[in-house]
Design a protein around this ligand. Structure first.
Ligand SMILES: NC(=O)c1ccc[n+]([C@@H]2O[C@H](COP(=O)([O-])OP(=O)(O)OC[C@H]3O[C@@H](n4cnc5c(N)ncnc54)[C@H](OP(=O)(O)O)[C@@H]3O)[C@@H](O)[C@H]2O)c1
Length: 476
């Protein structure tokens, strides 16, 4: 079972001796030791724990940015430090690294903080992408476990992530690698060896792994109830985790109020009890959508039903994008144009799933590519008898239109597609008398440009005007 870390406390006693049980005259190995968190931890171990011998490794080793300064800082603090270039996915290199530790200061502790990311939604994951993330974290942890099996270590800490415990959009490969570390900690403890896997939330310091996160990503995380931790706070939690004694601990800054403001079904299961006020019973109750949508919609006139669902989509789309004002979302503008990416797409789908109780596909915004189309889809699911019978077909046309506009960038494809559309529209135009006041539809279509064809779809086939104009070739 996972536990939360309690408040931090001192790591040395009144006489300056370590209270962590670590022999400070031994060597502590930190993998990823020249990375952002590795560097912070190295300094912390020297300053707060009194560690005097450090072995820091990464693939770039002494060539890593800031490695020289780090050595100077640690040396000034009274520590002896060696920085080595080692790829910890290589079992022989790890064995040689461990065997090469100065016997005057034998290895007493390991902090495994090496890792890389290769994020992407599940459908884009491949065995190669899994391996890329798995090897420096999980495989390397296994190598460290094997190489130190016979040594009297008193510390074996793995830097895991909440991705493995709570889940994280787009990080299935990373979640799996972290979950391995969590399991390895349990296994080590069962074998009577030290083992601790700390599932970290986000640290505030931008690192090699988190530096790509923009303001919007960080704001989204904060809104979700899990904020970024200052390094001071996080290092305090590391101390608390080491003292706590459990093999798997989550170290995060939780904003319980923000959690409580989210639909319960969008929360990771372990957090629902916290958000719902404590008990599993209440969580189960709050996990259900509050609205009886079928009953609610049935009591409204048709136009009001449509407006209600459109507003629902707009407000959740705005929230997923971090806008406080749903008015910033145009109803017929494509979700991708509005700024949705795979992660915000999943957030919107999760929000709508939670609030409607419907099972909605992860491809929701791709299947229904603008708010109006999505609202029409919800209408057909929640009140099928009242929904526009053409809505699914019009949704299909929306989807096809987006696909056509991207494929039609290619000139040959453009001509072929136009030709094909003309044929379909001619057939359609020939039905029911086949004409309009301006002349037979078939004749109009035959000579139509792409813009005119889209105009025809809009006007004659019932699509309403979008944000002004239709164009092809990526100008939309
Ligand atoms: N930062 C956070 O908010 C956060 C949150 C949760 C968990 N974590 C975990 O904390 C650890 C440190 O992350 P960070 O944020 O400090 O990222 P970082 O700055 O990118 O550090 C990662 C380190 O791992 C090293 N590394 C990668 N592959 C390696 C390999 N095959 N062999 C040896 N070293 C390797 C990198 O150096 P080279 O490229 O030179 O090898 C780098 O020094 C990671 O395990 C991460 O999963 C971080």
């Amino acid at each position: 079972m996972v536990r939360a870390v309690a408040a931090p406390g001192p790591t040395t006693d009144d006489r300056g001796e370590s209270t962590t049980g670590l022999d400070t005259d031994g060597t502590v190995l930190i993998t990823g030791g020249t990375g952002t968190l590795g560097t912070l931890v190295a300094e912390h171990l020297v300053r707060a724990w009194g560690v005097r011998h450090l072995l820091l490794v990464s693939r770039s080793g002494p060539e890593a940015a800031g490695a020289g300064e780090l050595t100077d800082t640690l040396t000034e603090l009274g520590a002896e430090v060696r920085i080595a270039a080692v790829d910890v996915t290589d079992p022989d290199a790890v064995a040689a690294l461990v065997a090469g530790v100065d016997s005057a200061h034998p290895l007493t502790g390991v902090v495994h903080a090496a890792g890389v990311l290769d994020d992407g939604v599940l459908t884009t994951q491949t065995p190669e992408r899994l391996a890329r993330v798995w090897r420096p974290k999980a495989t390397a942890a296994a190598h460290l476990h094997a190489a130190t099996a016979e040594l009297p270590l008193s510390l074996f800490v793995m830097f895991s992530s909440t991705a493995g415990t709570l889940g994280a959009s787009g990080q299935s490969n990373y979640a799996a690698a972290n979950a391995y570390c969590d399991a390895l900690a349990a296994r080590r403890r069962a074998l009577g060896l030290p083992g601790l896997s700390v599932a970290w939330g986000l640290w505030a310091d931008a690192s090699g792994m988190t530096g790509h996160l923009g303001e919007a990503d960080r704001a989204r995380m904060t809104r979700s109830g899990i904020g970024a931790m200052s390094s001071e706070r996080a290092l305090g939690l590391l101390d608390a985790a080491v003292r706590h004694g459990h093999h798997h601990l989550i170290a995060i800054d939780l904003d319980v109020r923000a959690l409580a403001g989210r639909p319960a079904l969008t929360l990771p299961a372990p957090l629902r009890a916290l958000a719902g006020g404590g008990t599993a019973r209440r969580t189960a109750a709050t996990a259900r959508p509050h609205t009886d949508w079928a009953g609610h919609l049935a009591a409204l006139p048709l136009e009001e039903q449509r407006r209600t669902l459109l507003n629902l989509v707009l407000s959740h789309a705005a929230a997923a994008l971090g806008h406080s004002d749903p008015g910033r979302i145009q109803t017929e503008r494509g979700f991708l144009e509005l700024g949705f990416d795979s992660l915000t797409a999943i957030e919107l789908r999760n929000r709508l799933t939670a609030v409607t109780g419907l099972r909605l596909a992860t491809t929701l915004i791709f299947d229904h590519p603008n708010p109006a189309a999505l609202a029409a889809h919800l209408h057909s699911e929640l009140a099928p008898e009242d929904a526009d019978p053409l809505a699914p077909m019009l949704g299909e046309i929306d989807r096809m239109e987006s696909a056509l506009l991207s494929v039609a960038q290619d000139e040959t494809a453009h001509e072929a597609l136009l030709e094909r559309l003309r044929t379909t529209l001619s057939k359609l135009g020939a039905l029911h008398g086949g004409g309009t006041e301006e002349g037979p539809a078939a004749g109009r279509i035959q000579d139509a440009t792409a813009d005119e064809i889209f105009q025809f779809i809009d006007e004659d086939l019932g699509r309403s005007e979008s944000n002004g104009e239709h164009a092809h070739g990526g100008t939309r």
